[in-house]
Design a binder for this molecule. Structure first.
Ligand SMILES: CC(C)CCC[C@@H](C)CCC[C@@H](C)CCC[C@@H](C)CCOC[C@@H](COP(=O)(O)O[C@@H]1[C@H](O)[C@H](OP(=O)(O)O)[C@@H](O)[C@H](O)[C@H]1O)OCC[C@H](C)CCC[C@H](C)CCC[C@H](C)CCCC(C)C
Ligand SMILES: Nc1ccn([C@@H]2O[C@H](COP(=O)(O)O)[C@@H](O)[C@H]2O)c(=O)n1
Ligand code: MG
Ligand code: MG
Length: 186
């Protein structure tokens, strides 16, 4: 859903990336920095500080959107960079939900359902694309939506509601991708 607004923010991301390019930062270094910021957000969730965690995670999400832009602007896009970005996304998703559950902000069972749903959504895209489906960025709750739901509810100190919503929407997205993959790959 939010994926289609990528082009609207592209210009702003390019402006933000310019000083980073001048500093000589590589896309892979920025990907690693993004992960470390997200892990810091997860740490704050684990200690019950929802609002700080939300702001840190928002910053981490911005960095996550910037590494690809940096790669394109500096012509350093690489297949390993794409792999690293997606792999670190999964670590970040897992750490955030773990942190929320560890901090006692939501029941473990709900966090696990949300985590399996989130990983399933990402796995389906990866597997279908490998079978030649072309980009399977479809569904009501892709990663950007899931992250924003967590961030916004955490800002209101109700990340428990956010995890419940993600648990439901991620599974709906998983079925949407299943249907779309059947259409494209049958
Ligand atoms: C706190 C401050 C110091 C900082 C403030 C910063 C602000 C200015 C915030 C701006 C942030 C904004 C520009 C970026 C937010 C994006 C974020 C919500 C999501 C991060 O997504 C990263 C990125 C990467 O996507 P990618 O396709 O590379 O990743 C794929 C993904 O992991 C797939 O998973 P899945 O299948 O979907 O499960 C994998 O399968 C793939 O393998 C993997 O490659 O996406 C970047 C593009 C975004 C989609 C663009 C979104 C544009 C929106 C319009 C952003 C709106 C943000 C609002 C302005 C923020 C308001 C926040 C507030 C709390 C109300
Ligand atoms: N270290 C990196 C990170 C990303 N890329 C390239 O950008 C694409 C993802 O861009 P986002 O804006 O969604 O982050 C990715 O598929 C790679 O092509 C890279 O090369 N190196
Ligand atoms: Mg990225
Ligand atoms: Mg990423």
């Amino acid at each position: 859903m939010l994926n289609k607004y990528r082009s609207n923010v592209k210009g702003y991301l390019e402006i933000l990336v310019k000083p980073l390019a001048k500093m000589g930062l590589t896309p892979n270094q920025l990907t690693l920095i993004g992960l470390l910021i997200s892990l810091t957000g997860a740490y704050f969730f684990a200690h019950g500080s929802q609002q700080i965690a939300a702001l840190v995670l928002l910053f981490g999400s911005l960095v996550d959107a910037l590494d690809g832009t940096l790669a394109r602007v500096t012509r350093k896009s690489s297949r390993f960079g794409a792999f690293l970005d997606s792999t670190f996304d999964r670590i970040s998703d897992g750490a955030v939900l773990f942190g929320i559950a560890y901090g006692g902000l939501v029941k473990w069972e709900i966090a696990v359902i949300a985590l399996i749903g989130s990983y399933l959504v990402s796995y389906e895209r990866c597997r279908a694309e490998r079978e030649g489906s072309s980009t399977l960025a479809v569904g009501i709750a892709e990663r950007a939506e899931r992250l924003l739901i967590i961030i916004i509810t955490a800002l209101f100190k109700r990340v428990d509601i956010g995890v419940y919503i993600v648990a439901v929407l991620a599974w709906i997205t998983a079925f949407q991708r299943l249907r779309e993959a059947k259409k494209r790959l049958s």
